[in-house]
Design a protein around this ligand. Structure first.
Ligand code: FAD
Ligand code: DHB
Length: 394
C-alpha cells in the first residue's frame, strides 16, 4: 500500500493514557505515532477528571511535564465525608504523609500535547476508520484515514490500545473472547460546572437520604458539582433551579451556605465497572479506559490509566530496544492486581455514598454504620486514605 510507514509503537487514542505512553516511550528512545479521532481543541477542552493521585503527580513531575500542575494545581490534604448533617474529615496527609492534587484532566492532556510539540513528536488528530490487523504476528498494522482524507498504513512492532471504552481496540480484542466483568449501578451522575466560588476548601462527598452529591473545586471562581440521579433521566430533566434546590438539600450542614451562580455545563455520566481480562492479545495491549472502567466516585479512572501506561512503557521498551518479550507477555497479569484493588475501592466509595433505590432501611443503617466506622477508627480511615491518595507504584 502507498502511504505506508514504519514506527515501533502505534498508539491508538490521544487521551491521557495514549499521550503519556507515547511520551514515556520517546523518553526511552522508542518511536511512536499517536492516532487520535478528535481534534486537538476537542481533547484539550474535554472536561472530565479532576483529582490526580500522589503517584500520578510524582510521575508527571519526574518526566518534566509537571510545571503548570505545580503552579496551578491545588494540593488537598484532606476531604470530608458529609453525613448526618455534618462533616467528618479524612485527614489524608496526617494519615498517609501524602496528598492529592486537584488539576483538571484536560490540563494534563494540554501539558502532554505541548510536550510532544516541543520535542517534535507526532500526534495525528482527526483520523478516521482506524482498523487493526495481523495482531497475532510480530508486525501488526494499523490502517486509517488521515485528517486530509488520505488512506494510510502504519507497520509497527506493537499496538497500544488507548482509545477508551468505545474505541476500536477494545472492540477488536473482544473478538478474541476475553473475559469481561461488568457491573452497572442503579444511578448516574449529573455533572454540573458552576461559576460560583467553592464554599469549602476541600472536597465534600455527601451521603444524603435524597442521594449523593459531591462538591468539588475547579478554581477560586468555579465549583464542580456531581449529583446522583436516576439513570433514565436526561439533562433536560434538570433545569438550573432544580439543580440548586437539590444541591442545597443534600449539602445541608450547619454553617454551610451554597452560593448560586450561572451553570456553565451540564452532562450525565453513567456509573459502570468493567474489567477486560486479559488486557492483551498478540501484539495489541490495552491501557486505561480501553481495558477497564471504574465508577467515578473514587476519582480513579485517569490515575489507573497512568499506572497501566507506566507498566506498558517499561514492557514495550524491553521488547523494542532489547528484543525481550517477557515483560509484554506478563503485561496484563502485572496490571490486574492494581486494577482490582482500584475497582474494589471505587465500588466501596460508590456503595458507601449513594442511595440505592432498592435498599431497605436495614441496608441504609448499615451504610451509616460503615461511614461512622471509617470516620472514627484511625485504622479504617488510614486504609481509605491510602487508597484515595493512590497506592504506590512498585
Ligand atoms: P480517554 O480519556 O477516553 O481517551 C481515549 C481517546 O481515544 C480519546 O481522546 C478518544 O477521542 C480517542 N479515540 C476513541 N476512539 C478512537 C479511535 N477509533 N481512533 C482513534 N482515537 C480514538 N478519573 C480520575 O482519575 N479522577 C477523577 O477525578 C475522575 N473524574 C471523572 C469524572 C467524570 C464525570 C468522568 C466521566 C470520568 C472521570 N474520571 C476520573 C475518569 C477519567 O476521565 C478516565 O478514566 C480517563 O479519561 C481515561 O483516560 P484514557 O486515555 O484511557 O481514555
Ligand atoms: C472530581 C471527580 C471525582 O470523581 C471525584 O471523586 C472527585 C473530584 C472532580 O472532577 O473534581
Amino acid at each position: 500500500m502507498a502511504n505506508t510507514r514504519d514506527v515501533a509503537v502505534g498508539v491508538v487514542g490521544g487521551g491521557p493514557a495514549g499521550l503519556l505512553l507515547s511520551y514515556l516511550l520517546n523518553l526511552q528512545g522508542v518511536e511512536t505515532l499517536v492516532l487520535e479521532a478528535r481534534s486537538r481543541a476537542h481533547v484539550e477542552q474535554r472536561v472530565r477528571a479532576g483529582v490526580c493521585e500522589h503517584p500520578t503527580v510524582e510521575l508527571l513531575r519526574g518526566i518534566g511535564v509537571g510545571a503548570r500542575m505545580d503552579a496551578q494545581g491545588m494540593m488537598h490534604h484532606g476531604f470530608s465525608l458529609r453525613f448526618d448533617g455534618r462533616d467528618h474529615r479524612i485527614p489524608l496527609t496526617e494519615l498517609t504523609g501524602k496528598c492529592t492534587t486537584v488539576y483538571g484532566q484536560q490540563e494534563v492532556v494540554k501539558d502532554l500535547v505541548h510536550a510532544h510539540e516541543e520535542k517534535g513528536l507526532p500526534i495525528e488528530f482527526e483520523v478516521a476508520d482506524v482498523a487493526l490487523h495481523d495482531l497475532d504476528s510480530e508486525r501488526p498494522r494499523i490502517t486509517y484515514t488521515d485528517a486530509g482524507g488520505v488512506r494510510r498504513e502504519l507497520r509497527c512492532l506493537a499496538v497500544a490500545g488507548c482509545d477508551g471504552a468505545h474505541g476500536v481496540s477494545r472492540a477488536t480484542l473482544a473478538a478474541t473472547r476475553p473475559r469481561v466483568y461488568t457491573h452497572d449501578y442503579p444511578y448516574a451522575w449529573l455533572a454540573v460546572l458552576a461559576r460560583t466560588p467553592p464554599v469549602h476548601g476541600e472536597l465534600i462527598y455527601a451521603n444524603h437520604e435524597r442521594g449523593f452529591v459531591l462538591h468539588s473545586i475547579r478554581s477560586h471562581e468555579v465549583t464542580q458539582l456531581y449529583l446522583q440521579i436516576d439513570p433514565r433521566e436526561e439533562v433536560t430533566d434538570w433545569p438550573d433551579d432544580r439543580v440548586w434546590e437539590e444541591c442545597r438539600l443534600r449539602l445541608t450542614a450547619e454553617g454551610f451556605g451554597l452560593r448560586e451562580g450561572p451553570l456553565l455545563e451540564k452532562s450525565i455520566a453513567p456509573m459502570r465497572s468493567v474489567v477486560v481480562e486479559p488486557m492483551q492479545y498478540g501484539r495489541l495491549f490495552l491501557a486505561g479506559d480501553a481495558a477497564h472502567i471504574v465508577p467515578p466516585t473514587g476519582a480513579k479512572g485517569m490515575n489507573l490509566a497512568v499506572a497501566d501506561v507506566r507498566r506498558l512503557a517499561y514492557a514495550l521498551r524491553r521488547l523494542v530496544r532489547h528484543s525481550d518479550p517477557r515483560p509484554v507477555t506478563r503485561y496484563s497479569e502485572s496490571c490486574l492486581e492494581r486494577v482490582w484493588q482500584v475497582q474494589h475501592f471505587s465500588a466501596l466509595m460508590t456503595g458507601l455514598l449513594h442511595r440505592d433505590p432498592a435498599a431497605d432501611d436495614f441496608a441504609r443503617k448499615l451504610q451509616l454504620a460503615r461511614l461512622h466506622n471509617l470516620t472514627t477508627s484511625r485504622a479504617a480511615a488510614t486504609s481509605l486514605a491510602e487508597h484515595y491518595v493512590g497506592l504506590p507504584f512498585d
